[in-house]
Design a protein around this ligand. Sequence first.
Ligand code: FES
Length: 219
Amino acid sequence: MLTAEKNERLTRVGPGTPMGELLRRYWWPIATHDMATRVPVKRRLLGEDLVLYRDGSGTVGLLAEQCPHRRAALWLGCTEDVGLRCGYHGWRFDADGRCLEQPGEPADSTFKDRIRATSYPVQELGGLVFAYLGPQPAPELPRYDLFVWDDAWRDIGHAYPRPQADGRCRAFPRDRSHRHSAAGAAAHGGRHAVRLPQPAYRGRTHPRKRSAIAERQGL
Ligand code: FES
């Protein structure tokens, strides 16, 4: 049986923890392609709260959830042609975390040049958005065949962990790679141990919806 210390060491995945540092050497799926829209969404990966969005130019950005100014939640902001604008005082950030605009500052102020939001690289592949939270340079995102086959059906659903009363996670529906592993727990915040005797599935995607997805992906 694991000691409390070993258990702590193996299950904590936040920044600065041994497992967190290890897992930050990999790309992680953080959303499906259709979740990255002009409406920012909250995501949680490896114990970090993040905001994912797609701006008007089509660039997908992933920033730390809290604005570097007064810590407002950036997912309450709005996307612009370039970047994401905080809903509190209107600072605007691009996908690299650069501050592009500070409406409350004089026009000739250079204050924005010294401000940086925490940002992470993202890549879209095979209908998913992958994020890398580790040190640079980032490794190449593996182009596994199921992500790049051009003559395949990709049936991508959304999976939401459902914490039970005991704090455990019941299932990651439709997520075969994570269903039986702790990786799913890590990817979704690292809080839950996975115990899945009876995985719960949502119904299969309706064929019409599948063809719409395939059409969108140009298959
Ligand atoms: S808190 Fe975001 S701009 Fe002030």
